[in-house]
Design a protein around this ligand. Sequence first.
Ligand code: MG
Length: 160
Amino acid sequence: MTKIRIGQGFDVHAFGDGDHVMLGGVRVPHTRGVLAHSDGDVALHALCDAILGALALGDIGQHFPPTDPRWKDADSRALLRQCVALVHARGWRVGNCDLTILCEQPKVGPHAQAMREAIAAGLGIEVEAVGVKATTTEALGFLGRGEGIAAQAACLLVHG
Ligand code: MG
């Protein structure tokens, strides 16, 4: 019988000064940036946590501590690659993943395909196995007030 594992992740970053946000490994022009130690890519951070969760290896903060200068302004694609290396080292592979990005702005739709391609490349899987969706929170809460951006991710691992 095929062994599978599932993991889920969630991340939030507050908006700050800047002219773009990194989302799903893609540079998205915006009137704000995000406050973060790394590049603040909430989509990839949620995905890293989903992968680490499926492996039951803790969370992204334990693996890439924000107090560690190595991760200052880090490209989150490098963090994702390290998580994928942990997957492969244990005899697993990524089956598929599915992400939801939550914000009022920037609009995700025009960039979703590029994000799928960047994520698929990072995971070493086909684009058809990567879902990227977006939603607003109907103007409610901190996301609705445009104070930040959030992402959720789910990831399936298959053994062998
Ligand atoms: Mg984060």
